[in-house]
Design a protein around this ligand. Sequence first.
Ligand SMILES: *[C@@H]1O[C@H](CO)[C@@H](O)[C@H](O)[C@H]1NC(C)=O
Length: 187
Amino acid sequence: MGVLGRRNKPAAAGVAVVALTAVVCLLPVIARAQLRVGFYDATCPNAEALVRQAVAAAFARDTGIAAGLIRLHFHDCFVRGCDASVLLTVNPGGGKTEREAAPNNPSLRGFDVIDAAKAAVESACPRTVSCADIVAFAARDSINLAGNLFYAVPAGRRDGRVSNETEALLNLPPPSFTAKELTDRFR
Ligand SMILES: *[C@@H]1O[C@H](CO)[C@@H](O)[C@H](O)[C@H]1NC(C)=O
């Protein structure tokens, strides 16, 4: 770069523009790259194994819990993204929580499994693994146990601090939706 600059200043300016353009174009990629597979490899290497143990223990008692945990993840993600807001029992802004909303209460289940997984992970590595990642891992493990499919889960989600009943009612697709309405909402 120094050689280029000495010999030909306009070329150096051109390089700077190209570099700036590259940085600007890379920003969305960097933003997406915040979630990554193996996010806890250094900070809590057993995190995913501990979650899997909790899910496997629950599945051994009741195979139906797999469907419950997949639905928990889906209902979490539709409201403010996959941020574990569905787990919150208090709405800091006042009013009812997402968890209390009719699409979730009383049918949503698996909270006890997430609590057990979180307790195991907290005792291994305190204050390291987010509840949102635990919910995402547990849904993956449920699919793996029930359907023998596996996918790697990019992690690094942050837990939400807002849980609002109205947002759950507005965002969760009702059972009356047509296939088109469902695919539109999923998109
Ligand atoms: C909940 O969300 C609704 C819809 O976005 C908003 O109007 C309401 O103020 C929120 N309530 C609280 C307590 O945050």
